[in-house]
Write a protein that binds this ligand. Sequence first.
Ligand code: ATP
Length: 215
Amino acid sequence: MDAENAKIPQATAKRLPLYYRFINNLHSQGKMRVSSKELSEAVKVDSATIRRDFSYFGALGKKGYGYNVEYLLSFFRQTLDQDETTNVALIGVGNLGTAFLNYNFMKNNNTKIEVAFDAKDDRIGQTVGGVPIKHIDDLEKHMDGISVAILTVPSSAAQGIADRLVEAGISGVLNFTPARITVPNSVRVHHIDLAVELQALVYFLKHYPLDEEED
Ligand code: ATP
């Protein structure tokens, strides 16, 4: 997102990809407009929040009309840099890494895994999901134009690789390892621990059962 949109609150910014995906689907179905109620039901965000979010980027829905799909889509495209592809590197072609390489991220957003790295010699030179696998020792040789990295290595390798990625000029890291990595303030790290997320869901199901519809 560019500096112009810096005034959008972070919580709103986090919902943009969700809105984008739904609006994109509506657009490809030829729909011209959408109400905040429809949006709310589809993305599971209450309609007051949607109206507030949309007001930040000047999309003021009209009563009885809703929002213009074309306008929203062009806004989201611009804001989320959908017109520009972000090149991604994946480090660690194990079970999880392999699944990501086979997953078509381009389907829903303009991110593309360009290159993957692993330490196992027998993987080097292969391609998985059309992505070439290079040796981790050669990381720095293949980082031109790559701004984001996905980390799917064992925890013990995470910090060392993160240091090298920082040195190579990375802007963002999606960290799937349970390790908390330390990077300079200029690098953004999003941490996703699937085991913790699953455990949290099970805990919530047990202790906070959803017996009635929540807002
Ligand atoms: P996953 O956790 O994705 O299910 P796995 O159980 O198949 O993976 P892990 O031991 O977690 O295997 O390792 C993930 C991948 O990371 C493996 O393919 C491994 O060869 C690779 N790997 C391990 N250490 C490094 C390293 N220092 N640099 C790059 N790749 C590494």
